[in-house]
Design a protein around this ligand. Sequence first.
Ligand SMILES: [Zn+2]
Length: 406
Amino acid sequence: MSTSFLYHTQGVKGFQFQSFDYSGGRVAARITRKPGTFFCPECGAYHTTPTYTGERTIKALPMGSKDFVLQVAMHRIRCHRCAAFRMEPLPFLPSAKARVTRSLARSIIELRGNMSIIDLAAHFNLHWTTVKNIEKKYLKKKFKRIRLRDVRWIGVDEVHVGNRLGEKGFITVVRDMKSGAVLHVGKGRGGDALKDFTRRVKHSKCKIEAVAMDFSPAYKAWAAQFFPKATLVFDHFHLIKLMNDKIDTIRRRIMSRLEENDKKALKYKRWHFLRNQEGLDADAEAELHKCREQFEELGTAWYMKESLRRIYSLAWDADSAALAFDRWCELADATNISQLHTMARTIRRNIDGITAYWTTGMTSASMEGFNNKIRWLNSQAYGYHDEEYFLLKVFDLPYVKNRRDL
Ligand SMILES: [Zn+2]
């Protein structure tokens, strides 16, 4: 082992290798700054007097299967120009108090895309909070500034994340509907969760042309106040989600009326009704068919949901979509199911925003996928009690490729 070896394998520069020792299953290299190269970290002067103060242990990249640490001789530097004492800086650390080298931190970030925090901690023999904090620091830097200037379409959505973030239970996410990037994550829901974003938008002078959202009055009011010229879009994803909520309500209402024994027929069938028809396997489809015959109301509601979905695959422009929605509402009114009546009312009241989906040419496939990703992130156990880290991970979600337990 030598000074140049340490430089080429560990990125340690300006330090001299002194000795190495192998004990307790790890390799330790003792290093010290080259004599005559001590400088003042404040003014840069070399006219200094170093005094040895002790050793500091820094974890470096492992050597083969063995842990590797640097034992750095630390000095207090007296700068004659400043007439002050300084602590010796270690340029191979990512930050002054870091306990791992810059090159180890970089390896952790590179591997993080394919390995969980726990796997990485085990691999490098580190505590999992150390791994988490390294990633957190990296994410903080990555998402420090988010460019808003070129953003034209935004999508606002609230996602339930349980009691992870204190009492609030929800986060509000704003995304660029063209690039998919996360532009803002606010705690809570409604206009309050968007305050910081609104301020940044004003500052960036970007021209928002369209805002996609669900049917909640809070976001409508927010958009009307801050983006009076933007088109409101109630996208595919949110309309079908609302319809699924109605189906769920109907299913629960029917369940509550049934005798204990008859409930079995509907139990555990929730997803049969909510999932897209083409996503069901043969068994599920057969079960769904049986349920639909047995519970007529539910059968009708399910059929209405599928025909709503069909409008999105068949309508070629805003006019043909408006016509199809109108026909849909008539059919809904003709049933005696109050939830479908409400649905028809909502559609009629918001028809401009619903058909704007065709005029703007927005797609919401990414929206649905993204909400699933947040739910998946939320189900991960490690590190997410740290609120700041969790929010940073939401920003990073569009860049996460696979969804194994990371
Ligand atoms: Zn100085």
